[in-house]
Every structure is written in structure tokens, then in C-alpha cells.
Design a protein around this ligand. Structure first.
Ligand code: FEO
Length: 398
């Protein structure tokens, strides 16, 4: 499959409807994804990015139907991660001398992965490459999301090829932003940002500011995953600017695990207490160990929250593995300007709230209090305490 983006640019990637997880099992991709590769034909011919390894043969076979591979003058590798470079070895077997334009870091990454001494041409921000009537301008985009990432801008057509930036893991038969359900599109764009780009928000803000200062017209943004932004393409740039600035909504998320429903009962009463104190706040509950729980959807909700309350029973002097896993993810994502508190039931030793509080502090969450512990199954008195706990927190966060 291929399709025209305009007279000189063609999409030659792969839509992966079956992809359900990414980066091993680190990221859920419930709506599939696409690996976008772009063929640009001017007086010179260039290919921007490849696709993931399992589809390498299919990619090269299809590309041959579009173009005599020997006519490709330049390959642009905006990023070295295998979902964009996996098909390179297959392609380079056919055209081994074709120059690969990429950052110095991408060169390291590609050499480290494929152990080939291809004809690399390292580029920096502001470097240009003529295609004849148009040219590429390269823009290093370090930490968006790896140190090797760059964007490539095509003059004349005014297209920004942004690689992972502004992408979404979303397979669709409609590959343009104006043709799809907007809620679904933005859910996936936000999930992508929350789970991948949050730690690099400062870089995002600085890079967007830098690119806007170039005053380059942008008629289209072509990312390497998901849909192409052709209708008001700067709408996603505006969103990124908002998300990069310690984004939060009027939301509190309660994330818990439970063994015999005691911590679950606490979670529900705490939620009721919050609502008593503030009827406008959104309160969401997530049992992070239920069969339906999706850790990355929970992280997306953490991203949107001004505070999270984390609950676990005490298990073997520790906390549940599901809660521990979510806390580890939260710590790695380096959220800013968020608050938190711990809760949970216990029968004997009761280390849970202390351990959760410590993890929240390590994740740089401001603790709202010392947490709430309840022994065994909460009785009426304990349930009232839970409600009061929620009410106090709701008041404090108004
Ligand atoms: Fe960082 Fe889509 O790979």
C-alpha cells in the first residue's frame, strides 16, 4: 500500500493493525500503529525513514513497485530506533552506497545496532540538502525522544517530518487528521506524549520554541507513527506546548490493588469523600491489577491528574507488585507539579503506606499527608475515616 500526500511526496510505510504492545511490553498499543516512511521525488529522490524489522522484506518489495531503488539519491534517517530503521539492512543490501543523512548520534545508534559501515553523512541543525527545486532543512531534536532524533523540513511543500514527535500509535484506513474521530486521535496522541515524552517536556518546549522562531511555514506535519496532520497542523504543536508545561486537569486519580477487597472499599470511600468536598473535580478509580487494567492508560490518567492517591495492602512487608510497577513507571516519567498520598489495609505488619509514600517522594510528588492505614476489613468507623480522608484531600486541592 502507498498513497500520495501531494504531487511529490508519497507515503510508503506500513499500517500495523495487529500491534498490541511496543518497546517489549512497556507500552500498550491497543489501536495498532503505523510506521510511516516517505518517498520524496524532485530532481533528486529521497526516502525519509524506514519501517520495523518484521516488515522489512515487504517494505523493500513494495518500494520497488514505486521506484527503481537505484534512483534513490538520499536516505534520511530521522531516528535510529528499530521501528524506523529495522528495514535499513534489507534496503541497503540493494543500494549499499546510498548516503544516509542522520545526526552523529543516529550514526552511533545505527552502527551499534547493525554493525555496518554504511555511507553515513552526519548533519546538524540548519544543514540543508538540495533536491533540485526544493530542499531539506535538518533540525536536531535531541531527546524528542532519544538523543539521536532529528526533524526534517521540506521547503516548497512546507512539510515537517517530525519522526516520533506528534505521533500516535493508531492504525487507521484514513491517514489524515481531518478524516478520523477526533476523540480517538487525541486520546492516542495524549497517551503517546504521557508515556513517552513526559520526561523530556523541557526539551519539547524549547524545541518547539526554536522551530517557531525559524518562521518556516508549516502546511503539514508528517510523523513516523499514526496520522498526518494536514488540517491546521499547528493544533498538535499547540497541544504539545500545553502538555509540556506540567499539564494537569481538575482530576484526582485513585490507583490501588486489593487482595480481599479491603483496600478497594477504602478507595471507594475516599473517592466519595473527595466528591463531597468538591463536586466539580473528576475522580477516577483504577484497580491496577485487574485483568482489564492497562498500565499505560493509567499513566495517561496520572498525566492528567493534579494528584494521585495510591493504595495497596501490605504483602510480605511490602506492597503489591502491580502498585510497585506503576510507581516505578511514574518515577521514571518524572512528572512535575503533582501531589500524592498513600492508603491501604493491612492485617499484621502494615508497611504499605510508608513504602508507597517513600516511592511517591522519590517520584518527586508532594505528599499531601502521611497516608491512611486500616486494619483488616474496614468497619463502619473505618469507612467514615476513609471518607474524611478523601474530604480533607479534596478540600486541600480545591
Ligand atoms: Fe523512537 Fe518510533 O521510535
Amino acid at each position: 500500500m502507498s498513497f500520495e500526500i501531494n504531487k511529490s511526496v508519497k507515503w510508503v510505510g506500513k499500517i500495523d493493525w495487529e500491534l498490541k504492545k511496543f518497546h517489549g511490553d512497556e507500552l500498550s498499543t491497543n489501536r495498532g500503529s503505523s510506521y510511516n516512511s516517505y518517498l520524496i521525488q524532485d530532481e533528486k529522490i529521497a526516502l525519509i525513514d524506514c519501517i520495523w524489522t518484521p516488515f522489512a522484506k515487504e517494505f523493500v518489495t513494495n518500494l520497488k513497485k514505486e521506484i527503481d531503488l537505484n534512483k534513490i539519491d538520499y536516505i534520511i534517517a530521522n531516528h535510529g530506533e528499530p521501528d524506523h530503521s529495522g528495514a535499513l539492512p534489507e534496503l541497503m543490501r540493494e543500494i549499499p552506497n546510498t548516503p544516509i543523512y542522520c545526526t552523529a548520534n543516529a550514526m552511533k545508534s545505527l552502527k551499534g545496532q547493525y554493525h555496518q559501515d554504511w555511507n553515513f553523512v552526519p548533519v546538524k541543525t540548519g544543514d540543508k540538502l538540495s533536491l533540485g527545486s526544493k530542499e531539506f532543512i535538518f533540525i536536531e531534536a535531541r531527546m524528542l525522544h532519544w538523543p539521536d532524533t532529528m526533524f526534517t523540513y521540506l521547503t516548497g511543500d512546507n512539510i515537517l517530518f517530525s519522526n516520533d514527535g506528534f505521533g500516535q500509535h493508531l492504525a487507521s484506513e484514513h491517514m489524515f487528521n481531518d478524516l478520523v474521530d477526533q476523540a480517538e486521535l487525541y486520546h492516542e496522541a495524549l497517551k503517546y506524549y504521557a508515556n513517552i515524552l513526559t520526561p523530556f517536556s523541557k526539551f519539547v518546549e524549547n524545541k518547539i520554541t526554536e522551530i517557531l522562531s525559524f518562521n518556516l511555514p508549516v502546511d503539514m506535519i508528517c510523523p513516523s507513527h499514526g496520522l498526518i496532520w494536514r488540517d491546521n497542523p499547528l493544533q498538535i504543536v499547540d497541544k504539545y506546548m500545553a502538555w509540556a508545561k506540567d499539564y494537569q486537569e481538575n482530576q484526582i486519580s485513585i490507583i490501588y490493588d486489593t487482595m480481599w477487597n479491603s483496600t478497594k472499599k477504602m478507595a471507594e470511600q475516599i473517592a466519595a469523600g473527595i466528591k463531597l468536598s468538591d463536586k466539580d473535580v473528576t475522580v477516577k478509580l483504577f484497580n491496577c491489577n485487574s485483568t482489564h487494567a492497562d498500565k499505560n492508560d493509567i499513566i495517561t490518567e496520572v498525566f492528567k491528574s493534579k494528584a494521585i492517591l495510591v493504595g495497596s495492602p501490605t504483602i510480605n512487608k511490602g506492597i503489591s507488585f502491580a502498585v510497585a510497577g506503576i510507581l516505578e513507571m511514574i518515577k521514571g516519567l518524572a512528572f512535575k507539579n503533582k501531589k500524592g498520598a498513600a492508603f491501604g489495609s493491612y492485617g499484621w505488619s502494615g508497611e504499605n503506606t510508608k513504602l508507597i509514600s517513600t516511592e511517591l517522594e522519590h517520584a518527586k510528588f508532594e505528599l499531601l499527608n502521611e497516608g491512611l492505614r486500616v486494619t483488616w476489613s474496614p468497619d463502619d468507623e473505618a469507612l467514615i475515616k476513609c471518607q474524611e480522608f478523601g474530604q480533607t484531600i479534596g478540600e486541600a486541592l480545591k
